[in-house]
Design a protein around this ligand. Structure first.
Ligand code: ZN
Length: 496
């Protein structure tokens, strides 16, 4: 077994990965809140922990990977209206809240599939685990680390902190956490501003609500992860991951809840991916740089000069170490696109060379070089998933392939097979890149551009009052499954 080192946020050092149960790994990652389209901020944790999932499986571990769906209108209130975001969306779009959840969940899955992110083993919904969450709260109340206040239940951070340490993960003192706690409501019901809700009594306008011993209400956000993690992975499990922005208060509260519930911590390794900025700025709706994954894929956002294929996005994210920041710009993405294309072209070259080689029984001439490259890839992954180093090593391998191709380096069929295997293992299986012509994760960018071009021709035909051509294009596209809609901003299309 390869010795895998991973950085544990809890101990603030790299540790040798050793699963609690031999051969079996339990891994929990905080999933999306489904009231809007997936954006770049969703892509990074999904891809980071996809690499870990793929690599652990490659090493021979059986992995149970749980990634939750936050679909309960928890404490993320719209400050002005006191309404949760899913319910607000449901009201505005005249939908049942669960229709909103399903709609965005389908779109999230679609985007993840395009990015070739493997589906987790279990994807539990918070709304499907209300009974378990209520039971969890009851046990924390019994332990004495929670109190009831006007139909809501709050975690008592002060009394917990007397026996344990609140702030252990983010390395903050209770005083620091207090000043950093942003609270939108319920302040007066709490004994301490740092206390957080385990159960919240629903206001009359709150649609997503369930009965409980304390009130008709809904569980606190942090609770779902403690409850569902324990339900599917046990009282102790190996890895808990998520974005750095979740470290406090979300993961800190999860630790406190689990310790209050079980008397001991649940998670052995805490892992956090760093954030993504866009042209040096934090992503945010108010800054006009909030770009959804679909917009990246179709290029339709004022900040984008072109469309970027899902594989370009994936490759770009993997060019940085997951604990480092990533800054998106058109230039950087175009650089990633070029680099990825170069690597894929090299791969096609080696496939061709290997297929054409006739000296099938000849001994390898480059065995030592190829093995050294393979070991460098493993060493990089074993060093806390150093994907940029894997990519750099694959570029070194690409240089060897190109020397073989232009005749400056001699290689046998065995060498070509070994080099091809290197890309198959590290670029495709572990980094999860797909070939543009592969059946899975097809790069649809050229097809999209071709349809856009047809619609451009159609709009010129319309401008010239050439209705026959305009109708012909629309009808033939419809036969192929594209529905074209004319809007005041021009024609739009969707694939049925
Ligand atoms: Zn979570």
């Amino acid at each position: 077994m390869q010795p895998l080192l991973i950085y544990n946020t809890l101990t603030r050092q790299k540790e040798l990965f050793k699963p609690i149960n031999e051969g079996m790994v339990g891994m929990y990652v905080c999933g999306p809140t489904v009231y809007g389209d997936a954006h770049l901020g969703h892509a990074r944790p999904a891809i980071t922990f996809d690499i870990l999932f793929r690599y652990l499986r490659h090493l021979g571990y059986k992995v149970r990977y749980v990634r939750n769906i936050t679909d309960v209108g928890h404490l993320e209130h719209d400050a002005d209206e006191g309404e949760d975001k899913i319910a607000k969306k449901a009201r505005l779009e005249r939908l049942e809240p669960m229709e909103v959840v399903q709609y965005y969940l389908n779109r999230y899955h679609h985007a993840m599939e395009a990015l070739n992110v493997l589906p987790p083993s279990i994807e539990p919904h918070a709304s499907g685990h209300i009974i378990e969450q209520i039971e969890y709260v009851k046990k924390i109340l019994e332990s004495g680390y929670a109190y009831i206040s006007d139909g809501s239940v709050y975690f008592d951070v002060n009394s917990y902190n007397k026996d344990h340490r609140y702030g252990i993960l983010s390395n903050r003192s209770l005083d620091e956490t207090r000043t950093n706690t942003r609270e939108l409501d319920g302040q007066s019901e709490k004994r301490n501003p740092a206390d957080f809700a385990l159960w919240k009594k629903a206001q009359p306008e709150h649609i997503m609500r369930w009965p409980s011993p304390w009130s008709d209400g809904f569980p606190g956000w942090h609770l779902e992860c403690s409850t569902m993690g324990q339900k599917y992975l046990g009282e102790t499990f190996d890895i808990h991951g998520g974005g750095m922005d979740l470290m406090f208060p979300h993961h800190e509260c999860e630790i406190a809840q689990s310790v209050a519930h079980n008397g001991h911590p649940t998670v052995k390794y805490w892992m956090h991916n760093n954030m993504i900025t866009i042209e040096g700025q934090k992503m945010g709706k108010s800054l006009g740089n909030f770009i959804t994954l679909d917009e990246f894929f179709n290029g339709k956002h004022p900040k984008l000069t072109q469309a970027y294929s899902p594989m370009t996005i994936r490759f770009f994210i993997l060019q940085a170490h997951y604990r480092g920041t990533v800054d998106f710009s058109n230039e950087a993405l175009q650089g990633a696109e070029k680099a990825l294309n170069r690597m894929l072209e090299t791969y096609e070259r080696i496939v061709k060379l290997a297929a054409e080689a006739t000296d099938t029984d000849a001994p390898a001439l480059l065995e030592a070089e190829t093995q050294a490259l393979e070991q460098r890839c493993y060493d990089a992954l074993n060093d806390d998933l150093n994907t940029p180093m894997v990519i750099a090593t694959l570029f070194d391998a690409a240089r060897i392939v190109n020397q073989i191709n232009d005749g400056t380096l001699k290689a046998s069929a065995a060498d070509l097979r070994a080099l091809k295997q290197l890309f198959d293992t590290f670029l495709f299986d572990i980094l999860g890149i797909t070939r543009p012509d592969a059946t899975a994760g097809v790069d649809v960018t050229p097809y999209r551009k071709a349809v856009d071009l047809l619609l451009e021709v159609r709009s010129q035909a319309k401008a010239a009052k050439d209705w026959a051509t305009s109708d012909l294009i629309r009808d033939r596209l419809a036969e192929m499954g594209f529905s074209v809609k004319d809007t005041k901003n021009g024609a739009e299309w969707t694939l049925n």
